[in-house]
Design a protein around this ligand. Structure first.
Ligand code: CA
Ligand code: CA
Length: 373
């Protein structure tokens, strides 16, 4: 796969909401990664790029950076046989500078999703010890695809975990609406206060906390198909998720405590092969777009809050299949959706540095950012 940096199809086709000439540029021209799927910061000037095969690379956030260091290598336990499997998410604890904890989300050779905590080497802040792994949560994946994967700490200090419906197509086992499984959900756990025999706690205001009906108490919201990339707006605290659709629509959801986002009763605003399409209580997408076999798989983005004034307050996201990048008004009942670029990139994820600047990963190996001329 080529990075496409010299390809004219990455030329801007839109001038930005305020008329700036917006461009895509390679953020670190000298660096190449192996199938990057996530980019995170830990509060300082370093960036961490997650490679799907099971490696986290760390490097200084500077366009002249020539080398990366291997921060974590867990390729021996990560399985990425399915193109949607692998090391899929990374999050640093909000008090990372004190406790040196970070968290990962990956699939294993036994077909499970595993959420783990690791510690950074006390002597070397650029190296994590694989032997420090503490498994927090594991659950079986019935099929290779739809593993979700993002980890994110909320403004409440809890860890949010995006989980797909388990896979295949059409949610054959009905996990989206089944709250007795963790699949098809956004989970929320308290990593600081383990309780009972768990290595984590259940926040008391999780929607099923303390229930006696068999619902999983880790669930924060459900009815999702494959939440591929979620992020908190650093200003409003709202949790934005891209939910990959079946054959008709890709959707963007704002995730609320206890929300049911409809899958597989509905695909976006349409009933999905459902004899009884009971829509009561379902939360509809904030925005959706048509899957037309050019656009075919949303990559959820980030509400931009950094140096480019014309993008500030816009939710920037992409479609993995088409390479298109849009900016969506983030607070509106009828949000405007602007096509920013029709790129040739396979965009897997958006991320931020410690100053809030937004980057995005191309599966082909390069990291990009926006710039204005
Ligand atoms: Ca799966
Ligand atoms: Ca939905």
């Amino acid at each position: 796969m080529t990075s496409g940096c010299e390809d004219n199809s990455n030329a801007p086709i839109f001038s930005g909401p305020d008329g700036d000439s917006l461009q895509i540029v390679e953020a670190f021209p000298l660096l190449d990664f192996n199938r990057p799927v996530d980019l995170q910061n830990n509060g300082d000037a370093n960036l961490f790029v997650v490679e799907q095969r099971g490696v986290v690379q760390v490097f200084r956030s500077d366009p002249d950076t020539e080398n990366t260091n291997i921060f974590l290598d867990i390729t021996s336990v990560v399985d990425d046989r399915d193109k949607e499997e692998g090391l899929l998410g990374l999050a640093f604890h909000p008090d990372y500078s004190q406790n040196r904890y970070f968290y990962t989300n990956y699939t294993t050779s036994s077909g499970t999703t595993r959420i783990s905590r690791f510690e950074v080497d006390a002597q070397n802040p650029l190296v994590a010890a694989p032997s420090s792994e503490l498994v927090l949560l594991e659950f079986t994946q019935p099929f290779g695809n739809h593993n979700g994967g993002q980890l994110a700490f909320g403004p409440d200090g809890y860890l949010y975990i995006a989980v797909g419906d388990g896979g295949s197509g059409g949610d054959p086992q009905g996990h989206g609406q089944n709250t007795s499984t963790l699949l098809g959900s956004i989970l929320r756990i308290d990593v600081d206060n383990p309780s009972g025999n768990l290595n984590y706690g259940i926040p008391t205001d999780n929607p099923f906390a303390g229930n006696q009906s068999g619902a999983r108490e880790e669930i924060f919201a459900y009815g999702l198909r494959n939440p591929w990339r979620m992020s908190f707006d650093i200003e409003t605290g709202l949790l934005w998720t891209g939910d990959v659709g079946q054959n008709e629509f890709e959707e963007i959801d704002i995730i609320e405590n206890g929300g049911n986002y409809g899958w597989r009763i509905m695909e976006a605003f349409d009933c999905f092969q459902s004899a009884n399409c009971d829509q009561s209580g379902l939360i509809k997408p904030y925005y959706h777009y048509k899957n037309d076999n050019i656009n075919a798989s949303i990559t959820g983005g980030i509400v931009y809050r950094s140096s480019i004034v014309s993008l500030t307050g816009w939710y920037v996201y992409a479609d993995y299949a088409s390479g298109r990048i849009w900016a969506l008004e983030s607070v509106s009942t009828t949000p405007e959706n602007l096509l920013l670029f029709d790129s040739n990139l396979r965009i897997t994820s958006f991320g931020r540095d410690n100053l809030g600047e937004v980057y995005f990963c191309s599966h082909g190996g390069k990291i990009y950012k926006f710039s204005v001329e």
